[in-house]
Design a protein around this ligand. Structure first.
Ligand SMILES: Cc1cc2nc3c(=O)[nH]c(=O)nc-3n(C[C@H](O)[C@H](O)[C@H](O)COP(=O)(O)OP(=O)(O)OC[C@H]3O[C@@H](n4cnc5c(N)ncnc54)[C@H](O)[C@@H]3O)c2cc1C
Length: 385
């Protein structure tokens, strides 16, 4: 792979991201408030339109550009905040590839300008990784309408979203069909009074509120089905793999941010009469994390450029997410260690990176499931999930 690719998108966003510094993110985390100023900066810079065609007001660039942007904004203080908001760009891919001309006209220009928030509601209390076991149902009522009933867990931003993409079964699991058959995607107005929301409290990622939602007899027009009825899984699986790549990019940026803070501290903190950074016991774990993040970045960029070349990228997406989650877990942990007791206090920010990063050993896919899929695809071992 040629690593001399165009990185101009990173320069474009540097000035934007630095407006929301570490102090800003610390306050957002502590107050648990949505980072509107950051969202507006992303919107002004056009970043929500990276994947959207120019005719809809987008930048019409590829996933590698988006991964570069996500990594850069994460490293420039947003940490995992950048992933969460820029992964919203993937929603634009769903709309671009799987909606009617009318919906594209209506939604894509607003998405490109950052004027719409759309959240994904797939996971349920009893089906997270085993996503095809969802119990939410969509029954056809008359010719052009569906009625949705069910509940969803871990829906990000359900309080501020304009729309939710709700996954529901339109056909029961049938032994004569693949389990993936029968799942459909619906674009639903998030503020429909029939959607009852319950706020969840969580360990980190406090810049976005998460909800469980319940809905009963929610009426949705057939025109709001995204992709083909019963075949949503086939439509969405590649986009979920792209999500792994963006998560990896954000993790790498967050890991680098943690290491940068730790090395600044190690250059000024004196213990036993010498700088802690002059001890190999402090240096080596940080240096090891630098190397692991570089390796993960190579795989992440490879996976993203395979997407842009329209080649198979599922394995590389899994390698990128697994290696970056491992590398960033080590980076943030060792950064916190280098800070000593100070690292445990919010003032120094590293505890936030450490908390936030933990989510990505289970979301969007757990490390066990990544390993199980690698064992199956790369080693030909029996499928274990
Ligand atoms: C911060 C955060 C944000 C999220 N955002 C969203 C969102 O926006 N929309 C959404 O729909 N969902 C979201 N989720 C849900 C997330 O995708 C699920 O939590 C995740 O898929 C794991 O599912 P689960 O929690 O049900 O774990 P389970 O599926 O119950 O798994 C529990 C544990 O068992 C292990 N396990 C299960 N089967 C096997 C096996 N065969 N071999 C080895 N180990 C196994 C898993 O690896 C895991 O460690 C979010 C979660 C988090 C933490």
């Amino acid at each position: 792979m040629d690593f001399t690719f165009d990185r101009s998108i990173q320069e474009k966003i540097r000035s934007v991201s630095s407006k929301c510094d570490l102090e800003y993110w610390r306050q957002v985390d502590q107050e648990g408030k949505f980072p509107t100023e950051y969202w507006n900066c992303l919107a002004e810079s056009g970043l929500f339109g990276v994947l959207i065609e120019q005719k809809w007001g987008g930048m019409e660039r590829g996933l590698l550009d988006l991964a570069l942007a996500v990594e850069e904004t994460s490293e420039r203080y947003a940490g995992l905040g950048s992933y969460l908001f820029l992964s919203g760009c993937l929603v634009s891919s769903i709309i671009s590839s799987h909606s009617s001309a009318e919906m594209k006209n209506e939604l894509l220009p607003k998405l490109a300008r950052g004027q719409l928030k759309i959240s994904i509601a797939l996971s349920e209390e009893s089906s997270g990784l085993d996503a095809l076991s969802i119990n939410s149902k969509a029954n056809k009522m008359g010719e052009h309408t569906y009625s949705l009933s069910g509940s969803k867990a871990f829906v990000n931003n359900a309080d501020l979203a304009d729309y939710l993409i709700i996954f529901a079964r339109t056909s029961e699991i049938n032994p004569s069909q693949k389990k993936s058959f029968g799942v459909s995607m619906f674009l639903v107005e998030a503020y429909d009074p029939k959607i009852k929301k319950r706020k969840l409290s969580k360990l980190g990622m406090n810049f976005v509120n998460s909800y469980s939602i319940d809905f009963e007899d929610l009426t949705v027009s057939e025109s709001r089905v995204l992709g083909e009825v019963d075949k949503a899984w086939r439509n969405i699986v590649g986009i979920f793999d792209m999500d792994k790549i963006l998560t990896a990019a954000s993790l790498i940026g967050t890991g680098r941010l943690a290491l940068s803070e730790a090395s600044k501290w190690a250059k000024k903190r004196t213990v036993f009469g010498k700088l802690i950074g002059s001890n190999q016991g402090v240096q080596f774990p940080l240096a090891d994390a630098v190397a692991q993040l570089e390796v993960s970045e190579g795989m992440t960029f490879k996976a993203a450029s395979l997407v842009d070349q329209k080649k198979n990228f599922g394995n590389e997406a899994a390698f990128a997410l697994l290696s970056s989650a491992t590398a960033t877990t080590a980076a943030t942990d060792r950064a916190l260690q280098a800070f000593g007791g100070h690292g445990y206090y919010k003032e120094y920010n590293v505890e936030r990176f450490w908390r936030d990063v933990r989510a990505h050993r289970v979301h969007p896919v757990s490390e066990e499931l990544l390993l199980a899929s690698i064992a199956e695809r790369s080693l030909g071992l029996p499928r274990s999930y």
